[in-house]
Write a protein that binds this ligand. Structure first.
Ligand code: ATP
Ligand code: MG
Length: 350
C-alpha cells in the first residue's frame, strides 16, 4: 500500500483539489483508493458527493477511538473511499501533543488496512502542525502542488526545507514524487516564466512542463456540485491535465500498483489516458441525474446551530478567566513601559 501525502506549507495552492482529482483518476485506473482528509476545513470531504462533514472521521481515527474499517466510507466513485474531516479535527494538535511518540500514529493506524487499499492519499492542512508532521512521517511519497507565482515560490522553498528535514530525521524512505505546477494561467506573465525557470533549475524534470491549467468556472462549478472537476467535465483541459499526471504517477500494472516519480521525459501512455477518461465519463453519467442535476449542493447555514467545542484541555475554569486576563494585561503594560524606557534611554532623555 502506497501512502501519498499532498503537501505544501502554503495555503490555497490546490492541495485538496489535486488530492481529490488524482484520487478519482487513480480509482478510475483500477486502483483501490482511500482519501484521508486531515484538514479541519473539510474541503476534500465535501468534494466527494456531500456538503456535510461526518460525525466520526479522521480525528477519531488519529486519537485512537476507532479503526480504519469503522470510519472509512465509500463515495459515489467506485473504488474510492474516504475518511472525512470532522469539526473536532481543529483540536487534534492538542490531543496528539499530549501523547508520546506521536509522529507515526497515522502510519501505525493505516498499516492493518494494507490489504484493502492500493493507494492512500493524505490531504494535508497548510500549517506545519502535528497533523502535517504525522502525514509526512507516515507517508511513502509526497507530491507538492505549487502555482508558478513569486508568492508561492517562497512557500515552496519553506516546504522543501521541512520535507528535507523530516526525510533526514523521521522518514528516510519517503520519496518526493515531484512538484506539480497548479493554477497555471494560459497567458503566462514574465514573473511566472521566471519562477518556472527557477523551479526547473532547482527540481529538474520532476516538474511537468504543462502543469494544471487555471479554470475558475470549472472548479467553482465542481465545488458547487460536490464533485471533482474530472467528474464534472472529464474532457475539460484542466481535468485532462489531472488524468495525464495521474497516469504518469501511477504504475497500474496488473497485480502491482505503485507510485512513481514525475518525469517529463516519461509521458503518460495514450492507451491508459483514454481508458481513464472513458471510466470518468461513466462516473459522470452515473451522477447526471443526482449530484449534477442539482443547482448547488450545499447545506443551509444556521447561524445559531453550532458552537465549536474547545478541547477540554483548553477550557479554563470560569474563576481563572479574570486572573488570566489580569496577567496578560500586566505583561502587555510591562512590555510598553520597557519599550518607552528603552527608547528614552537610547535618545539620551533618561
Ligand atoms: N486549476 C484550477 N483552476 C481554478 N481554480 C482552482 C484550480 N485548482 C484549484 N482551484 C481553486 O483554488 C482554491 C484553492 O484550492 P484548494 O482548496 O485545493 O487549495 P489548498 O491548497 O487545499 O488550500 P488550503 O491550504 O486552504 O487547504 C479552491 O477554490 C479551488 O477550487
Ligand atoms: Mg486544502
Amino acid at each position: 500500500m502506497e501512502i501519498l501525502a499532498v503537501f505544501n506549507a502554503k495555503g490555497g495552492v490546490a492541495k485538496t483539489t489535486s488530492t481529490v482529482n488524482l484520487g478519482t483518476c487513480f480509482a478510475a485506473m483500477g486502483a483501490r483508493v482511500l482519501i484521508v482528509d486531515l484538514d479541519y476545513q473539510g474541503n476534500a470531504t465535501t468534494s466527494l458527493g456531500t456538503s456535510e462533514l461526518p460525525s466520526v472521521g479522521s480525528y477519531d481515527l488519529i486519537t485512537g477511538s476507532v479503526g480504519v474499517a469503522e470510519v472509512c466510507r465509500p463515495t459515489f466513485i467506485p473504488d474510492l473511499s474516504m475518511i472525512g474531516a470532522t469539526r473536532s479535527l481543529a483540536a487534534v494538535d492538542v490531543e496528539l501533543a499530549l501523547k508520546e511518540s506521536q509522529h507515526d500514529v497515522l502510519r501505525r493506524l493505516l498499516a492493518p488496512s494494507a490489504g484493502d487499499f492500493d493507494v492512500v492519499l493524505l490531504d494535508c492542512p497548510p500549517a506545519m502542525g502535528v497533523m502535517t508532521l504525522n502525514a509526512l512521517a507516515s507517508c511513502s511519497a509526497v507530491l507538492i502542488p505549487s502555482p508558478p507565482e513569486p508568492y508561492a515560490h517562497d512557500g515552496l522553498l519553506r516546504t522543501w526545507s521541512l520535507i528535507t528535514r523530516i526525510r533526514g530525521e523521521l522518514n528516510t524512505s519517503m520519496t518526493v514524487l515531484g512538484i506539480l505546477p497548479t493554477l497555471v494561467t494560459a497567458e503566462r506573465t514574465e514573473a511566472q516564466e521566471d519562477v518556472l525557470t527557477l523551479m526547473r533549475a532547482e527540481f529538474g524534470s520532476r516538474i511537468p512542463r504543462q502543469g494544471i491549467p487555471r479554470d475558475d468556472a470549472l472548479f467553482s462549478r465542481a465545488a458547487a456540485h460536490s464533485v471533482p472537476a474530472c467528474v464534472m467535465a472529464p474532457e475539460a483541459e484542466a481535468s485532462c491535465a489531472y488524468v495525464r499526471i495521474a497516469c504518469q504517477l501511477l504504475d497500474a500494472s496488473p497485480g502491482k500498483i505503485r507510485l512513481r516519480r514525475l518525469d517529463d521525459e516519461v509521458p503518460a501512455s495514450d492507451a491508459q489516458f483514454s481508458r481513464c477518461l472513458d471510466q470518468l465519463h461513466m462516473v459522470q453519467a452515473s451522477v447526471q441525474d443526482t449530484l449534477l442535476a442539482k443547482a448547488i449542493n450545499a447545506t443551509v447555514v444556521d447561524p445559531g446551530a453550532e458552537v465549536l467545542p474547545l478541547p477540554p484541555d483548553l477550557g479554563l475554569p470560569p474563576t481563572r478567566v479574570p486572573f488570566v486576563l489580569a496577567v496578560a494585561g500586566m505583561t502587555l503594560l510591562g512590555g510598553v513601559i520597557g519599550y518607552v524606557a528603552g527608547w528614552l534611554s537610547a535618545t539620551g532623555l533618561l
